[in-house]
Design a protein around this ligand. Structure first.
Ligand code: ATP
Length: 234
């Protein structure tokens, strides 16, 4: 079997003396969609920030495409093909939609045509290219945040709760885009998701975190298991 695209081994992450992630193991095979689930505060965002080099693990190893990237800076992880869309659909509110895409594309040394390709994935953004991002709706800002991750030319997308706080009509649209990026474009995707329904619909497999530990690894079929429901109950 070939190496997974992302492999995380025995990862510990702490804020000062407060350890939040304990010995996490995780694999995302090429082209797979893996969901990270768990209640509020179990460490999902902390894990993703460590994967992207925003936080530095106190122990463990992160490998991307067979290379040890544990000490590689964030910008280099992006250039190697890790696209990150952090929680809270953060954009530069004073910049236009197009400028938001352009600054990210320049910083990541994106390929020619990548901005147009990202806009083809999110055609809803096209009428708003000259609008300041701060004036977009929550759903539009989420699409812009994902489009920004796309202009970096990712091989793998890391998405932190992309449907959180978004109106239901747009949630379905965002789910469709994630599904298309997974099934048609063939990107590997690591998705933090709180909603079991969305995870069942989208994920090939998932891990459940509980108090910073991997409490369960499985496929969507396992999600109906009573223990899992308990682990996920908010
Ligand atoms: N900058 C920080 N400094 C200290 N502790 C932090 C910091 N950020 C998060 N924590 C703590 O780490 C733990 C995990 O937080 P994290 O945001 O990773 O959880 P989460 O599973 O992503 O939660 P949510 O679903 O609410 O986003 C929490 O106890 C939180 O209070």
């Amino acid at each position: 079997m070939s190496d997974p695209m992302l492999k995380v081994t025995s990862l510990d992450v702490a804020y000062g003396r407060a350890q939040v992630i304990f010995g996490v193991n995780l694999e995302v095979p090429a082209g797979a969609l893996v969901c990270v689930m768990g209640r509020n505060g179990v460490g999902k965002t902390t894990l993703l920030n460590a994967l992207m080099g925003v936080l530095h693990p106190s122990a463990g190893k992160i490998e991307f495409q067979g290379e040890n990237i544990t000490k590689v800076p964030t910008y280099d992880r992006v250039r190697r093909g890790m696209g990150y869309c952090p929680q809270g659909h953060e954009t530069f509110p004073q910049l236009t939609v197009y400028e938001n895409l352009q600054v990210t594309w320049e910083a990541a040394k994106g390929k020619k045509g990548a901005i147009d390709e990202a806009l083809d994935v999110f055609p809803r953004l096209k009428p708003f290219l000259k609008r300041r991002a701060g004036f977009l709706s929550g759903g539009q800002q989420q699409m812009l945040a994902m489009a920004r991750a796309m202009v970096t030319g990712p091989k793998m997308l890391i998405l932190d709760e992309p449907t959180e706080g978004i109106q239901p009509s747009i949630v379905a649209e965002i789910e469709e885009v994630i599904e298309r990026l997974h099934k048609e474009v063939g990107l590997a995707i690591l998705l933090v998701e709180q909603y079991v329904d969305t995870a069942i619909k989208l994920a090939d497999s998932f891990i459940v975190l509980d108090a910073g530990l991997v409490a369960h690894v499985g496929t969507a079929a396992d999600l109906h298991d009573a223990d899992l429901v308990r682990l996920l109950a908010v």
